[in-house]
Design a protein around this ligand. Structure first.
Ligand code: SF4
Length: 385
């Protein structure tokens, strides 16, 4: 079977390093205010260890990865400002993507901008404030997000809107797309849920809903004034390739659109970042993970080189090897260009190399392998590329 796609040079260096300066998430306090700060972890990297780490990351070589400073509450903003300045001096493009971003003041943003901040990612799940607040579990966070977006716009800081997709937010997606345009965002990053769910279930979505949404995002991306990016649904790349051949698998009509972008906007020309493949996560204790959702430490930056971990650790190498994939992903002709969400495979089955159960596509029947989820609908046979 012909395998579609090319292997990009992601074995040497990631495109993205996410550094979680504080624990990733913090449940809201009993008041629903979200201000219940977690206590300092005695195992956190010390100030000296944090500042010694940045020069070590330059060993990835040019072009240096984008460094995303992330974290929840309490977010060490002063430290983030100092690290932004130091990282910018070393040549890293630095962005801030924190659940605490919505709490930034104009002064805080100005300090980060002076330090060299290249972008700010703000979460926005719905155009409806009540739905957004409910999904984030923090009352008033929609209004705070709007304020920080306005402040960033006034300062000229490029904005990315991050949306967590669930069934509750699905209906509001077209309206949210209009809001993203009105807010002047340069990028809209839509994250798909990790757990596939039944049609009547809350929170998650079915493979058919995922397929339709990916097709809708494809159509939107052709005319949107911002870049559309998809997280945890790499089958978007399969959808794009199929749409170019007039194939749409969700049963809806294929519009006569030519899915061609200027080359710098073409999703298929951009680095396909996924767990351990173009992506490295360092948590607040210095443990290295392939993804924010695969919390399997591959070592600590205290004792090992993050560069060596990325290049040689068996987990990272396996995640970059499409021939190690199992189930439908393992026999899929799109496994190189797509490969499925490894974070979803890990969350659903505990095996990061298992098939992605949110994908609608069934490559070919294999009588020796029982279908892991017989309820999944099968698409029509794929024409030979
Ligand atoms: S079966 Fe797996 S590799 Fe193939 S398109 Fe679906 S998610 Fe991607």
């Amino acid at each position: 079977m012909k395998v579609i796609g090319v292997t990009r040079g992601l074995h040497e260096r990631p495109a993205l390093v996410i550094w979680e300066l504080s624990p990733d998430s913090d449940p809201p306090g009993p008041s629903g205010s979200g201000e219940a700060a977690s206590r300092a972890d005695p195992d956190d990297l010390t100030f000296e260890e944090r500042h010694r780490l940045l020069p070590r990351l330059t060993a990835f070589g040019e072009p240096l990865p984008v460094l995303v400073l992330a974290g929840g509450h309490p977010f060490p903003r002063r430290d983030a400002t100092a690290l932004t300045a130091e990282a910018s001096k070393l040549g890293f493009p630095v962005a801030l993507a924190s659940s605490a971003a919505a709490a930034l003041t104009t002064e805080g943003l100005e300090a980060l901008q002076d330090a060299g901040l290249a972008g700010l990612a703000v979460g926005l799940d719905s155009p409806d404030p009540a739905i957004h607040d409910g999904q984030r579990g923090i009352r008033g966070v929609f209004d705070r997000a709007m304020r920080v977006i306005q402040a960033a716009r006034a300062l000229g800081v490029p904005i990315e809107i991050d949306t967590r997709l669930t069934r509750q937010t699905l209906d509001g997606l077209p309206l949210l797309a209009s809001l993203v345009a009105i807010l002047g965002a340069v990028r809209w990053r839509v994250s798909f849920p990790l757990l596939p769910g039944p049609p009547e279930g809350e929170g998650s979505m079915t493979p058919l809903e995922c397929e339709s949404t990916l097709n809708d995002l494809h159509d939107l991306s052709l005319t949107a004034p911002f870049l559309v990016e998809v997280a945890e649904a790499p089958q978007y790349r399969r959808v794009i390739l199929e749409r170019r051949r007039g194939i749409r698998r969700d049963g809806r009509p294929v519009w006569a659109v030519a899915s061609r972008w200027p080359s710098h906007l073409d999703p298929l020309r951009r680095v396909p970042v996924g767990s351990g493949k173009g992506l490295l996560v360092i948590d607040h204790r210095g443990e290295v993970h392939p993804s924010p959702f695969i919390r399997a430490s591959a070592g600590s930056v205290r004792w090992a080189s993050p560069v060596a971990i990325y290049r040689t650790h068996p987990l990272f190498r396996a995640l970059r090897d499409p021939e190690r994939l199992r189930g439908r992903c393992g026999r899929c002709p799109f496994r190189v260009v797509c490969g499925g969400s490894r974070a979803r495979a890990f969350t659903v089955t505990g095996d990061p190399l298992a098939e992605d159960r949110l994908c609608l596509f069934t490559p070919c029947p294999d009588p020796l392998e029982a279908p892991p989820n017989p309820s999944l609908p099968s698409g029509p046979p794929l024409p030979q590329p």
